[in-house]
Design a protein. Structure first.
Lengths: 177, 110
């Protein structure tokens, strides 16, 4: 079913159609939230909140624009708000979280296989980017968004996105070569 | 490094959401949705109550006025009996309305 039709159905009150949108966008939403929060549990909470927010505010979505851009913007803003809250509440614990995360990544991946080793290298490389840089490369390379779309999602100027993209590409090339 | 090569490498870092996340999201949406119509319904019911109770009250006061006028052919507002009757009717209906609102509130809270 076409996305616009799906959204119209949800607006008519068919909440089960929303499950299709969740299926379609949850992985990328998780990736974006994780790039900012660097903690799986918090990223999951952010994604859940973002989906609920988008469901309740779907009436404000303009059907002639792209749903994914609108939705990822909600995910990005929710993640930033969540990160600021965590920062304010317990600044000291953030470093502990990143430690836990590094452990999670190591334990999650089976380092014996070549693919997992490569995965681990890429994850470590992304962790060395700033939060904005990692979100920019994710949206630009994985979702194949234009610089304009990335700028819209992250509320940045086009030149700022280009700078972040350039820096991220350079850092990744240096780490992964 | 070429863009395609970089993209392939970045694809390795894409996360996969857990299955239970979708269930959590849909459960929260359904739970919140189940609460909204209840609230709207009770609001609408209390509005209907308000208009019907006070509508009947004004009809009773009007008929009292007409009755007093037809009996005495004087301005009913000059008669103490009429004024006290109106106060009694308005007071009784207001207490009844207040009780209805209070009971509705208790029902919603439960």
């Amino acid at each position: 079913m076409e996305e616009k039709q799906l959204i119209k159905q949800i607006l008519k009150g068919d909440s089960s159609s929303f499950a299709i949108l969740v299926d379609q966008y949850q992985d990328m939403a998780m990736t974006i939230a994780y790039r900012i929060l660097r903690n799986k549990q918090e990223a999951e909470d952010v994604v859940q909140n973002a989906f609920v927010k988008s469901y309740h505010n779907l009436h404000s979505f303009r059907l002639n624009s792209k749903f994914s851009t609108w939705f990822y913007r909600i995910v990005y803003n929710t993640a930033i708000t969540s990160m600021n809250k965590i920062k304010n509440r317990r600044e000291e614990e953030i470093s502990e979280h990143s430690g836990v995360h590094a452990y999670d990544l190591k334990t999650e991946s089976n380092l014996h296989s070549e693919l997992d080793e490569q995965k681990s290298r890429v994850n470590k490389a992304i962790q060395q980017l700033s939060k904005n840089e990692s979100v920019v490369v994710t949206l630009y390379y994985l979702e194949e968004y234009s610089v304009t779309d990335v700028a819209e999602i992250m509320s940045l100027s086009k030149s700022n996105v280009k700078i972040n993209l350039f820096r991220a590409r350079k850092k990744l090339e240096d780490i992964l070569k | 490094m070429e863009d395609k090569e970089l993209k392939d490498k970045l694809l390795l870092s894409k996360l996969k959401a857990e299955d239970k996340l979708k269930d959590r999201i849909l459960h929260q949406i359904n739970a919140e949705q189940a609460l909204i119509p209840k609230k709207r319904k009770s609001k609408r019911a209390s509005k209907e109550n308000y208009f019907s109770i006070f509508g009947i009250m004004y009809a009773v006061i009007l008929s009292l006025g007409v009755y007093f006028y037809s009996q005495t052919e004087k301005n009913p507002l000059e008669s103490n009996t009429f004024v006290f009757s109106v106060i009694f009717v308005a007071g009784s209906f207001s207490i009844y309305w207040f009780l209805m609102v209070y009971m509705n509130y208790k029902k919603v809270k439960q």
